[in-house]
Write a protein that binds this ligand. Structure first.
Ligand SMILES: [Zn+2]
Ligand SMILES: [Zn+2]
Length: 251
């Protein structure tokens, strides 16, 4: 699998860190997990065209994670010389169909697929098998519609993606012994906010889950003024990577 961090920040405008967006390539399949503002354009900086993406996965519906869904759907109708014909899967917690219907009420025909099929899948605590990977969803502690995703290849490699979350038992299940845990790390230890993690809590999650590598992302600006890595490493002895925009990893 190849993993690209498109945006390692939040909804706060930042020259260093774009809004959340992560790409996972598994075999011939390309997934985009969350698409905050600017994601569509930043994909081009790692040579990924939005029309290559087969699966759009949303961890929850907050604007910093979903803002580029409308531009994605609009560009799929009008964005290139050849209209999209490949099926697109839109995957999220129970509620994603309702969320999409709401957008349709606002934008109408501009985002309704013209030349391709949009397959909407609501998932929670179940497993779905696709051709190149299987997907599990775990409800997490952030909003009513928060879900973390675990992607497993037929060869047994696994990546977990938390989206936004606080510490909770399901987060440990999501990340159990994965090769890579992509975990939010919103605020420094001394500025903990409910519904989010700090570096020390992220380290605790990685240790309890026994993940092999930890990729931290979703940094609010104060995190860039503290020793994130040091705080995590006081809790977890595995490899810790602090994400930057456009970073690529392979497992
Ligand atoms: Zn967020
Ligand atoms: Zn959120």
């Amino acid at each position: 699998m190849e993993i690209y961090t498109i945006g390692s920040g939040t909804g706060v405008p930042s020259l260093r860190r774009g809004s959340p967006g992560t790409v996972i390539r598994a075999g011939k399949s390309v997934m985009l997990l969350d698409s905050g503002s600017g994601t569509l354009r930043r994909l081009l900086e790692v040579d990924i065209d939005f029309s290559e993406i087969d699966y759009l996965l949303y961890s929850h519906f907050h604007p910093d994670h979903t803002a580029d869904l409308v531009p994605f759907l609009f560009a799929s109708n009008y964005g290139s010389e050849r209209k999209r014909t490949r099926e697109l899967c839109l995957i999220g917690h129970k509620g994603i169909a309702h969320f999409y219907e709401g957008l349709k009420d606002v934008y109408g025909k501009w985002i309704i697929p013209q030349s391709y099929t949009l397959n909407i899948m609501e998932m929670k605590d179940k497993e779905i098998a696709f051709s190149d990977f299987s997907l599990q969803g775990f409800h997490l502690e952030h909003s009513d519609h928060s879900i973390g995703f675990r992607v497993t290849t037929p060869g047994g490699k696994a990546v977990a993606y938390s989206g936004d979350t606080d510490y909770c038992p399901n987060l440990i299940l999501l990340a159990r012994e994965v090769d890579l845990l992509i975990l939010e790390c919103s605020f420094p230890d001394d500025r903990k906010v409910e519904g989010h993690l700090t570096p020390s809590l992220a380290g605790r999650v990685a240790r309890e889950a026994g993940c092999k590598r930890l990729l931290l992302t979703h940094f609010y600006p104060p995190c860039d003024d503290c020793d994130v890595k040091g705080a995590v490493e006081s809790q977890y002895s595995g490899t810790v990577i602090v994400a930057e925009d456009l970073m690529k990893l392979a497992i």
